[in-house]
Design a protein around this ligand. Structure first.
Ligand code: NAP
Length: 283
């Protein structure tokens, strides 16, 4: 019987990886920081640990056949020790990377590329998704409480991906060695502007919603107040602005691997509509 170690198992992608593996009849061990809060299915073995505690990762990986790895920070500090500890126990690693990684210089492609480089000696598969559909949860409060969503670059075109599609590819990769050494660029099925994403959410909750454009300065202030790093903010604002004229690419990888089209944002919005609906209190 195969046992797979899942990190980030309580997260937006990881919880679907766990379910997909269980559905495939595979034993799942989840590295969790707080087992009492994990809320995972009862047949998942919980291994208490922290990605910043390499010894706990090594313990959790002992006796497993493959691992699903994410790195939970925008800095790779600490990743080298953790990757070494993990790969001492399990060589097969499916790593949740990012579409941002450039093959020309992965080490200069942010934390995702830095971790890819650390995995060079392992039997790796790199999943490189673009932005997650779940990123639109950042608008949930505005949709719940009012009828205006404020953002910079409403015309930015994004090919957001459903987290369940990333997880489905992860499960395939974890269970079949033919995916070793593959880098999969994963996107949703289409480009939608940020305004179109809001329109889809508005449709899903049955409430008219308007988009108001923030100036870069207004957006910067909001993001600073949320604790974002100033250099991250500048990079993000410039990136979203660039997507007005040069939208993100749409890849065919999900469809060719899963033999079905990627899930749409309309589907995601319908599944998550309750999160965006005013609660009884506000109706
Ligand atoms: N959002 C995007 O558009 C996007 C695009 C490309 C790549 N990514 C990458 O995707 C990953 C996030 O995936 P996600 O959205 O599925 O995760 P998520 O929903 O943000 O949840 C984070 C997961 O990581 C766990 N975690 C956090 N810190 C940890 C630590 N120190 N030790 C052990 N576990 C820890 C959390 O567990 P707890 O239950 O303990 O909190 C949780 O399961 C990140 O690496 C991100 O860079 C994101």
């Amino acid at each position: 019987m195969t046992t797979v170690l899942v990190t980030g198992a309580t997260g937006r992608v990881g919880r679907h990886v766990v379910q997909g593996l269980l559905d495939a009849g595979v034993s799942v061990r989840a590295l969790v920081r707080d087992p009492s809060q994990a809320g995972l299915p009862p047949d998942v073995e919980l291994a208490a640990g922290d990605l910043y505690d390499p010894a706990s990762v090594e313990r959790a990986a002992t006796g497993t056949d493959a691992a699903f790895l994410l790195w939970p920070s925008f800095s790779a500090e600490g990743a080298e020790q953790t990757v070494s500890a993990l790969t001492r126990q399990v060589s097969r690693v499916v790593y949740l990377s990012s579409l941002n990684v450039s093959d020309e210089d992965p080490a200069a492609s942010g934390v995702w590329g830095e971790v890819e480089v650390l995995l060079a000696g392992a039997d790796w598969t790199f999943l490189r998704p673009g932005g997650f559909m779940a990123n639109t949860l950042e608008w949930a409060d505005e949709l719940r409480l009012g009828d205006v969503v404020r953002m910079p670059s409403p015309g930015a075109g994004r090919s957001l991906i459903h987290e369940r599609d990333i997880a489905a590819v992860a499960v395939l990769a974890l269970l079949d060695d033919k995916h070793v050494g593959q880098k999969y660029s994963l996107t949703g099925p289409e480009v939608l502007t940020q305004s179109e994403q809001v329109a889809a959410l508005s449709h899903a909750i049955g409430k008219p919603v308007r988009v108001e454009e923030q100036t870069p300065d207004e957006a910067r202030q909001v993001m600073l107040a949320q604790g974002a790093d100033p250099s991250f903010i500048d990079g993000a604002l410039a990136y979203w602005h660039s997507l007005i004229d040069s939208p993100e690419p749409v890849t065919t990888t999900v469809e060719s691997l899963l033999n079905r089209p990627p899930l749409t944002f309309r589907t995601w919005a319908a599944e998550h509509a309750n999160t965006f609906r005013p609660s009884q209190r506000f109706e």
